[in-house]
Design a protein around this ligand. Sequence first.
Ligand SMILES: [Zn+2]
Length: 331
Amino acid sequence: MTSDNELKYWMGFDLGGTKMLAQIYDDNWEVLAKEKKRTKPGTSAKQGVDRIIDTIQDALKKADLTPKQLKGIGIGCPGPIDMEKGILLDLPNLGWEEVRLQEQVSKELGCPVAILNDVDAGTYAEYRVGAAKGTRTAIAVFAGTGIGGGCIYRGEILRGSRISAFEIGHIQVMSNGPRCGCGQRGCLESVASRLAIAAQAARTAYRGDAPNLLDNSGVDLSKIRSGALSSSIQKGDQAVEDIISEAARYIGIAVASSVNLIGPEMVVLGGGLVEAMPELFVPQVKRSANKRVMPAYRDSFEVVAAKLEDDAGVLGAALWAEHQLSPTKED
Ligand SMILES: [Zn+2]
């Protein structure tokens, strides 16, 4: 016989483009066990879902638990999500479309499942236990390879009528700017993501204006990662610092639009770029946003660096599962 008291664990799952991670949490949100597997591109959605289930089961085995001892599983996934129906709508990197992930995982394991966008999951974790704890309205911007965002409004993830929302990376900040992956031009992501910055930095290094970067990483975009950019600035590459400042200024432009629309009291900045150089990003984004908001919103919001790092997405997914699936919620 299992009483409700024994069902005390939550699981968070982060489905990434290159790896998937399952973590089991106890009542204090401490990690009991974890399992990581590579996400295999080129496999079918069916094989992908089987691999997700295997990863969950392997994590359970490590903790010596059965699925029945989970209160629920929260799964964060890249791309647009139908949160009501638990459908992963489109995952172009893996070639998956319209995957009924919530239903399939829940049926196979016999426990409740909630699905959300991975950036929303990271934002929700910052709201529950990180830099935006206790706020009424908070937004987060994660700048890494791409740029994602999320918004928490009165304890709920802000979402659209059908799909997840707050795609701040695709606000246009430059008319006729560079082509973006979404098909438009001049989106924030096309001018301020790590890839956009690395491309500019590589050109600068090639011209001879960033000698430290050239020495350490050459002009190979895949090697010009956040840490390499940060160390070249520390060693004196002023041209690289200027590129980062300009990117932060653009993020501030998108933040200003968001402040005018939503009026958050907290803006959390995260992602690989910000983690590597918070002292460059945070003040510059704040300055740039403050200059551009309506006078009534000036200094109405704080800009801070995210508190949680790598595990924010997987923890946020588990916290969201608790928020969505707790039986006490109905009381
Ligand atoms: Zn775009």
